[in-house]
Design a protein around this ligand. Sequence first.
Ligand code: ATP
Length: 233
Amino acid sequence: MSLAVSHLEAGYGQLNVLHDVSLQVADGEMVAVVGANGAGKTTLLRAISGLIRATSGSVELDEQPITGKPAERMAGLGLTHVPENRLVFPTLSVRDNLTLGAWSKRGLGSFEQILELFPRLKPRLAQAAGTLSGGEQQMLAIGRGLMSNPTTIILDEPSIGLAPKVVVEIMAVLGKLRSESNLAVLLVEQNVRASFGVADRAIVMQRGAVVLEGSPAELVELPEVRAAYLGGS
Ligand code: ATP
């Protein structure tokens, strides 16, 4: 099991946002997490990657406890967090952004592999990251994360603001990473159709708790999922 979250509680100051959240992601598996705005999806990823402190419960990565370890150590342990809003370094080139992703002691992911996954980045290596399109910036943010050679990648709404065609492209790459590189992928997504199309399992969060879990095919049959996330269709 690559990532195992058990009975996790976390929040901000006095506000407890996550309530007894447990989930697992195996090597070579992609799990999608969906839920309404404010359900706690971003908070879950932050608590996993140590950006906020868990108040109780545990997180294990490749059978090692990582709860409470600082976020800057996570890449070295094999966990990559691709945050919301991409956060590439806008004035640096694509090449330098990618190189910065390789600082961890796990050493280099393969530049070639990343350019193969995202061929659009190849002719743009010298271009300032801030001048890339939104989709290209998302590809760069994922590529940068892969440069630390992770076993597990967690992503916060990579599809946000992107054209449907680009979303399909990004989901396909995530699916490929899971199957061909045996990565564990935890994908927070508002875009239920896109993420359910590629995920092996899905989790629905509501008010900081996991309320449903199953295969995407099972979950889309549920009236409450259809009504809330698929426009009732
Ligand atoms: P969205 O899809 O809108 O991003 P989400 O499911 O990712 O939502 P979170 O961003 O995790 O939800 O927010 C969960 C709750 O925590 C919300 O009530 C939010 O107001 C609160 N929250 C988030 N960040 C902070 C913060 N830095 N300080 C205080 N409260 C916060």
